[in-house]
Design a protein around this ligand. Structure first.
Ligand code: AMP
Length: 585
C-alpha cells in the first residue's frame, strides 16, 4: 500500500493520533503545533503495529514520525532495551537520541543511550545494562558490542532504520545483517529512506513484514509565476541572514514562515529590535488578536508577520509582496501553498527560502515537484547593504528636496544664523540625525554585521554527495575544537586560513593532504568529508588549516590508522584526499 501525502491539504492535530499523554505533553512543550504530513501518515500505522517504509528526507519531520508513536508504545516500566534506531553516522545518531530525549521528557523512567564509534565502549555498555529502553546506534559500533555480548538485542520490540540508503552507501550492509540476526523476529520494523533503490527494497522484502509504504507527494504542483530564491545558511545563522536579506529586499509587506511558536516569538523580537513593524502569529494567539494583526498588516501598521503554517491558514493580504520561508516547509505542497500568499492581485511576488545544509535534498524535491529552479542567492555583504541603505535614503529624500512648497525655508535661515554654520554643515548635521543608529560607510556597516560564513563557490560541487540527510550541518561549523553548542558566529574561512600554525590539541596528531586553496578546497569540505566518511564526531576533529597547496587537519591519535584506512578512497573537490600523518620535525 502506498499513501501519497500532501495531495490533499490535511489539517492535523496531534491529539487525534492516539499518542501517549506524556508524549503529547512533551510535543506541546517543544512547541509543535500540528503534525507534518509524514507524521500524519506514519504515526497511526506505527501505533497500529505495522511495519513501515517511509520515503522521506531530512526536514519532513521524519524523526518525530517514528519517535512519537514508538515512545507511546514502549513499556516504560520495563527496564530493558526495547527500541533500536540505527543511523548512518554518529552525528545523526546523536540528533535522533536528543530528539527521543526531548519527546520522552515527561517519561522519567525512559532512558536513551547513543552508541557510536570513537567513544569508549564501557559507559555505552553500562547504559544498556542499566536498562536504557531506547538505543540509538551506528551499525559498526553496535556490531562491536554484539561480538562481545550477543544477547544485547534479545528484548528489542521496535527497530528503526533511519536514512537506510545512506547506511548502505557507507557500506553497512553486512553489519545490518548481523544486527537483524541478533534481534527477535516478532519485532516491529520501520525503515526510513530518502530513496528506495533495489538494495533497500531487498532489505524490506527480507526483514519487514507486509510493510505499509508512506511517501511525500511527488505529484507536480503548479506554482504561480513568483520570483523564487534560496540562500544556504547554517541554522544558527538564520536570524542574521534574515536581517541582512531584509536590508536589500524591496518589500511592501512580508510573511515569514517558521515551524514553532517559539520561533515566531524569537524572530519577531529580533526584527522588532531592529525597528521593523512586525508581529508574531501562532496557534496560541487569540482569535481577536489574530484579526488585529491581520488588519494591521493590511493597512500598513505592520509590514512583517512571522507565522506558523497553522496560524497563517486563511490569511489573505494582497499587500504581501514577499513570502519568506525561514524554516523549510514539510513538503512541496506546503511550499506552493505558502508562496501562493504573494503575487496576489496582479502584483509581483517574491519567495525566499533559507536552506540549511541538511535540508538540501528537500530543496531538490521542491524543485522537482514544482518543475522550477529556485535560484541561489548569496548572503548580501556589507557593500550591497550599504548600497541598499543609500538607495532607500535617496528614495526617501527625493520628493522632499524637490518640494517647492517646503515650509522650512525660514527655519533654514534661522538655523544657519543661530548655529553660525554653512548650509552644507547644517545638511551634514541633519544627515547625522536622520541616519542615527545606522552606518552609512563601508567600515561602519562591516562593524555592524556579525561575520558569517556563506556557502562559497568551491564547495558547491561537494555538497550534493557529502551531506545527504542529517550529516552536513556539522560541515563548516566546527572548524575548531570544542565548539559544539556554540551558537555564536564564527569567523570566515579566510580569517581562519591565514592563522599561523598552532600548538597541537591534546590527543591529536596533524595530518596533511596535498589539496589546498588552489584545488578549490575549503575547510568545510574537508570537515564534511572526514565527518561523513570517517564516522567521526565534530569534537574529534581539531583545527583545520587550509594553505595554497596543502591543508592540515588535527585528528585523534587513537585509532588513526583505522581512520586513515576508512578515508583512503575519499575524494574532496573531485580529487583524492590522500590524508597522511604529518610530522613537523
Ligand atoms: P527531521 O525531518 O526529523 O530532521 O525534522 C526537521 C525539523 O522539524 C526538526 O527541527 C524538528 O524539530 C522539526 N519538526 C518535526 N516535526 C515538527 C512539527 N510537527 N512541528 C514543528 N516542527 C517539527
Amino acid at each position: 500500500m502506498t499513501q501519497e501525502i500532501g495531495t490533499t491539504p490535511e489539517v492535523g492535530n496531534f491529539a487525534t493520533l492516539g499518542l501517549h499523554p506524556s508524549v503529547l505533553a512533551a510535543i506541546t512543550a517543544v512547541g509543535y503545533e500540528e503534525p507534518s504530513p509524514i507524521q500524519i501518515q506514519s504515526i497511526p500505522l506505527i501505533m497500529a503495529g505495522h511495519d513501515m517504509i517511509g520515503q522521506a528526507q531530512t526536514g519532513t519531520g521524519k524523526t518525530a514520525a517514528f519517535a512519537l508513536p514508538i515512545l507511546s508504545r514502549i513499556d516504560a516500566a520495563r527496564r530493558e532495551a526495547q527500541v533500536l534506531v540505527l543511523a548512518p553516522t554518529r552525528e545523526l545518531a546523536l540528533q535522533v537520541a536528543t530528539a527521543f530525549e526531548s519527546f520522552a521528557a515527561q517519561m522519567p523512567s525512559v532512558n536513551v543511550v547513543a552508541i557510536y564509534g570513537g567513544a569508549p565502549m564501557g559507559p555505552q555498555l553500562k547504559a544498556i545494562r542499566n536498562g536504557a529502553q531506547v538505543i540509538v546506534a551506528t551499525p559498526g559500533r553496535l556490531v562491536d558490542h554484539l561480538s562481545r555480548n550477543g544477547g544485547l538485542l534479545s528484548t528489542i520490540k521496535f527497530l528503526v532504520l533511519d536514512e537506510a540508503d545512506e547506511m548502505l552507501k557507507l557500506g553497512f550492509m553486512d553489519d545490518l545483517e548481523v544486527i537483524f540476526n541478533a534481534m527477535p523476529d516478532d519485532r516491529q520494523t520501520v525503515l526510513f529512506s530518502a530513496t528506495l533503490p533495489a538494495s533497500i527494497r531487498g532489505i524490506a522484502e527480507k526483514h519487514l513484514r507486509s510493510p505499509q509504504q508512506v511517501k511525500i507527494a511527488s505529484k507536480t504542483q503548479t506554482v504561480a509565476r513568483i520570483d523564487q530564491a534560496h540562500l544556504m545558511v547554517h541554522a544558527d545563522q538564520k536570524v542574521n541572514a534574515i536581517l541582512r536579506l531584509l536590508e536589500v529586499e524591496d518589500f511592501d509587506a512580508m510573511i515569514g514562515f517558521v515551524r514553532t511558536k517559539q520561533a515566531t516569538l524569537d524572530i519577531a523580537a529580533a526584527l522588532e529590535a531592529k525597528g521593523y513593524k512586525v508581529a508574531a502569529l501562532n496557534g496560541d494567539i487569540a482569535q481577536n488578536q489574530r484579526e488585529r494583526v491581520i488588519d494591521s498588516l493590511k493597512d500598513g501598521r505592520l509590514n512583517i508577520v512571522i507565522a506558523t503554517d497553522v496560524a497563517a491558514r486563511g490569511l489573505d493580504v494582497p499587500r504581501i509582496t514577499h513570502v519568506f520561508n525561514i524554516d523549510m516547509p514539510y513538503d512541496p505542497e506546503s511550499y506552493v501553498h505558502r508562496i501562493g500568499r504573494t503575487g496576489r492581485a496582479g502584483r509581483d511576488g517574491r519567495a525566499l527560502l533559507l536552506v540549511t545544509p541538511r535540508e538540501r535534498r528537500m530543496l531538490q524535491v521542491i524543485e522537482r515537484v514544482t518543475g522550477q529552479k529556485v535560484a541561489e542567492i548569496l548572503l548580501p555583504d556589507a557593500k550591497v547593504i550599504l548600497q541598499a541603505r543609500i538607495r532607500r535614503l535617496t528614495q526617501d529624500l527625493t520628493p522632499r528636496v524637490k518640494d517647492k512648497e517646503n515650509q522650512n525655508v525660514e527655519l533654514l535661515a534661522h538655523l544657519t544664523t543661530e548655529l553660525n554654520c554653512s548650509v552644507e554643515e547644517l545638511a551634514l548635521g541633519l544627515l547625522a540625525k536622520t541616519t542615527e543608529g545606522q552606518a552609512f560607510t563601508l567600515a561602519g556597516v562591516e562593524r555592524e554585521q556579525p561575520v558569517m560564513t556563506s556557502r562559497s563557490r568551491d564547495d558547491r560541487g561537494q555538497r550534493g554527495t557529502r551531506d545527504g540527510g542529517g550529516r552536513g550541518d556539522g560541515a563548516g561549523r566546527s572548524e575548531s575544537r570544542g565548539d559544539r553548542g556554540d551558537r555564536g558566529e564564527r569567523s570566515g574561512d579566510g580569517a581562519r586560513e591565514r592563522r599561523a600554525p598552532l600548538a597541537l590539541s591534546e590527543g591529536k596528531v596533524r595530518c596533511r593532504t596535498a589539496l589546498g586553496i588552489r584545488d578549490g578546497v575549503a575547510a568545510r569540505n574537508l570537515l564534511g568529508a572526514i565527518l561523513n566518511e570517517g564516522g567521526l564526531s565534530r569534537e574529534a576533529i581539531g583545527r583545520i588549516q587550509i594553505r595554497e597547496s596543502f591543508s592540515l587537519v588535527e585528528l585523534p591519535e587513537e585509532g588513526l590508522e583505522r581512520l586513515l584506512g576508512k578515508l583512503k578512497d575519499t575524494r574532496v573537490a573531485g580529487k583524492a584526499l590522500k590524508l597522511r600523518r604529518y610530522r613537523e620535525d
